[in-house]
Design a protein around this ligand. Structure first.
Ligand code: AMP
Length: 127
């Protein structure tokens, strides 16, 4: 596997503070902000602070601390959104699009967390 990270992608610019964002949560490992074109009443993107193109890149090359820190941050974002089913929230869907099949637009790993309504089945039938 070989990935080249383009540091001119829009999320890299957000991480450098060159473009504003509507921050929901931030720590050493992750930044979470509201999607600019929400597809659900609550739609937040969580990105790692390191330069990873997508999830398989991150899984292969991030340090253990980054993987754990990013995963814990996703849990904190769910809490900040108030969507954890175990805490009375209505639940959520996590999506990480990669490459052509996933229709990934921004080439910096991001996890979508969507909630605020019942989101329906995950994928449509393909036959
Ligand atoms: P994906 O198709 O998974 O790459 O999704 C990229 C997402 O980034 C889309 O949902 C866009 O609406 C969102 N997006 C693009 N630019 C921005 C931005 N400046 N701030 C917040 N979200 C953005």
């Amino acid at each position: 596997m070989a990935y080249t990270y383009d540091d001119q992608n829009i999320f890299a610019k957000i991480l450098r503070g060159e473009i504003p964002n509507d921050t929901v949560y931030e720590d050493e490992f992750a930044l979470a902000f509201r999607d600019i074109q929400p597809q659900a009443p609550q739609h937040v993107l969580v990105i790692p602070k390191g330069p990873y193109v997508n999830y398989d890149h991150f899984a292969a090359e991030a340090s253990d601390a980054e993987v754990v820190g990013f995963t814990r941050a996703i849990g904190k974002v769910c809490a900040a959104m108030g969507v954890e089913p175990g805490a009375g929230g209505m639940g959520y869907r996590m999506i990480a699009n990669s490459g052509e099949a996933g229709v990934q637009e921004v080439q910096h790993l991001h996890v979508h967390i969507a909630s605020g309504r019942v989101l329906g089945r995950m994928l449509k039938r393909f036959d």
